[in-house]
Design a protein around this ligand. Structure first.
Ligand SMILES: N[C@@H](CCC(=O)N[C@@H](CS)C(=O)NCC(=O)O)C(=O)O
Length: 195
């Protein structure tokens, strides 16, 4: 059985949601970032990690991609143009959403107070709003980011949109709100949330 290291209110949620989409059983070690428990699996103390038999895998996107490939679901096949486009979307979400949210978190409560630059936060809010518009344009009338079927970047995008909401970022466009609400209603999302 898989084991997820990390809490629901962290990027570990992405991995839990993925496993529930794949209908794979897992247990959870609810380790907080930088805790001794987290360091047992990842010396950096970062979460999430995934234990799969003898292997400990790290990084939420690497783990989601590994699981998608292994179980042949929520992904285009590796080595196809469709997969390259899907991976480009994943990278865009990391660059233009996750990294902005993470920078705002670091300058709000993660860095020691004396090294924070809180003046950067409004700038990050504005950049996120611009990028949310870009994502809404990309989504258009499609059900999912890559078209008809749910893929890894959808889980990443919905997690980032929820993170933005929780962190007090400005509202995302209505199309993204409706998209996010629809995906959050999926049984797998609900099952992971209840962990
Ligand atoms: N790119 C990594 C980022 C992991 C990460 O920074 N996780 C946060 C919690 S959501 C953490 O463990 N922070 C502790 C630290 O940065 O030292 C991923 O997606 O898994």
């Amino acid at each position: 059985m898989y084991r997820v290291i990390g809490t629901v209110k962290s990027r570990a949620f992405r991995v839990m949601w993925m496993l529930d989409e794949l209908e794979q059983p897992y247990d959870v070690v609810a380790a907080s970032p930088r805790s001794d428990d987290a360091r047992q699996y990842n010396p950096s103390g970062k979460i999430p990690a995934l234990v799969d038999g003898p292997d400990v895998l790290t990084d939420s996107v690497a783990i989601m991609t590994y699981l998608a490939d292994k179980h042949q679901a929520l992904t285009a096949q590796a080595g196809t143009p469709a997969r390259a486009k899907q991976d480009a979307m994943t990278c865009w979400l990391i660059d233009d959403m996750d990294a902005i949210l993470w920078a705002a978190a670091k300058h709000s409560f993660i860095f020691p107070e004396e090294t924070r630059v809180p003046q950067i936060v409004p700038c990050l809010h504005a950049e996120f709003a611009r990028n949310a518009n870009t994502l809404a344009d990309h989504l258009g009338d499609n059900a999912f980011l890559m078209g008809d079927g749910i893929t890894v970047p959808d889980l990443l995008a919905v997690h980032c949109i929820g993170w933005a909401f929780g962190a007090g970022f400005p509202d995302v466009p209505d199309t993204l709100k409706a998209y996010s609400k629809r995906l959050r209603a999926r049984p797998a999302f609900r099952a992971a949330s209840a962990r």
